[in-house]
Write a protein that binds this ligand. Sequence first.
Ligand code: WT7
Length: 669
Amino acid sequence: MSEALANLLNETRQFPPPAELAADANVKADAYAEAEADRLAFWERQAGRLTWAKQWDQVLDWSNPPFAKWFVGGQLNVAYNCLDRHVEAGLGDKVAIHWEGEPGDTRTITYAELHRLTCQAANALTDLGVTAGDRVAIYLPMVPEAAVAMLACARIGATHSVVFGGFSADALTNRIQDATAKVVITADGGFRRGKPSALKPTVDEAVAKCPSVEHVLVVRRTGEDVAWSEKDHWWHETVETASPEHTAQPFDAEHPLFILYTSGTTARPKGILHTTGGYLTQTSYTTHAVFDLKPETDVYWCTADIGWVTGHSYIVYGPLSNGATQVMYEGTPDTPHKGRFWEIVDKYKVTILYTAPTLIRTMMKWGEDIPAGYDLSSLRLLGSVGEPINPEAWIWYRQHVGRGELPVVDTWWQTETGAIMISPLPGVTAAKPGSAMTPLPGIVADVVDDQGQSVPNGGGGYLVLREPWPSMLRTIWGDDDRFIETYWSRFGAGAGGVESGREAGAEGSRGWVYFAGDGAKKDDDGHIWLLGRVDDVMLVSGHNISTTEVESALVSHPSVAEAAVVGATDPTTGQAIVAFAIPRGSTDTAGDAGEQLIADLRNHVAKTLGPIAKPRQIMLVPELPKTRSGKIMRRLLRDVAEHRSLGDVTTLQDSSVMELIASGMSGGK
Ligand code: WT7
């Protein structure tokens, strides 16, 4: 990484935990030393937080890397751990889910009720012929039945594959076919931006191309008319009439729990496979450690959709295994008004809020007056996930949502890692805005150079994980070779190809290195700063410059709410920096004021990061192209910057955004 760019590391603000939180924290500083002294014994103790039907014989079997087995020989039931054991402990009347529909309808679901619904769904699925090991696709809006469907699958050992409700019929078809799902669980539709949004027609289109599907279970949510075939069953006629008696059978620790597809950069999605014991151990422990969750008093809210891994790990499995009370919200943050999130925090007295940088930047754009209009005093901890959080967005979050007092935990992880890997501990870490700080106890992460050598403090390169972890992906569904190639062949024992990797693996268990695909830096204290996907690093006049750094520099200007940066081919510099910036709400951008702002911003970046990072071009835009999970699609912006016709836009949240941006670009700003 260029020296001129050491400046992001000049972010020196640091915020120690509030004294009260530190004194009463679930996990204290000694956890690091404890885990370092004996990593496997540490994870063994965390597994002990769960209820097992049979104790394991071995903590980790890494004799055939990179294929890991955790808690070998152990048996447990995930749904039992999330529901039955809390009910048996007398907590049946405790609220598990405060559900808030977008139109404002609500449901309050206790642990006893969630248990009953899950047992009924388990019986209904069994009646439809689903047995352990079968795959069930779930394509639902954010309704409680989504959690029930997942837990019911877990209860009977069926492997669920949740497909985000915003995906197209093609995406759904591919995922159903790849997993050969036997049953699809869906709804007539959900509510989105004030209107019913149909799902069933998409499922009908997909199921017509998927011979593996024998039955479709349909939740009635919107009440709109739907086409009906002999494979279809209404949820309320099937599940809600089934017996509520169901005894959960234990499954092997390595029994497949779910598949979740991640699209990555290539067209063919990867079915990330997670299993039972290790996954639940780490999601449960990290919920306890990173969110400092106190199930008796906290009201937790993760704003993710259940269609993403964040929804799996930090709406369903992590919080419920800890007996949490949580909020689940069906809709969008600006329906019916831009204060919707804060209204929900206020209404349910949310104490822990976990959301994404894209949302925080959107809130910044809307202005701090909106959160200021609500009582947010119940909040005691804030979390962020999904992308690097720009220091200014971090500060804004702490200031305008967190009263300038609350700890912010910036949590780095992936669909593949299953659970949080790098994050501050809220009662221990003096967090730096923009840094995910340190690997959690029991996790061994590093930043390496092209050759796989660990970089010294102050250096940059690639983020890797050096030791297996309990909630790691076990493989890519049906494609072990792609699993090895994608994650284990860049560095360490697996480098040099699948075959040599296998031989190396047969010789010994050491030296396998997981390549996360993210660029990262270590600062002078050894703290980790994520720099975005390695595909998003630009090469300008021989200097590696990360898109994240330039974006953070732009967002640190008071007139910018959000920015995206790409490298466009340039005859003199190889790549040139092209930036797209969304001005903050009140900024004047008409005519000369706009030109002046652009000039100011170019200078601001040069001053912050060094002249090498000065963008060749900056466009002021009203919106940025984002995937449905809120990640900026830099690939499309690169197409615009290089005057190409647009590539595949099917995963884009709102395709009209690109027309707006492209027309501004040809206008030659
Ligand atoms: C990629 C994984 C993890 C759940 C949601 C996303 C980026 C995630 C952070 C963070 C910087 C982050 C990385 C990662 N990412 N969290 N705190 N700081 N980058 O899951 O869709 O599998 O995406 O998201 O690039 O590799 P995912």
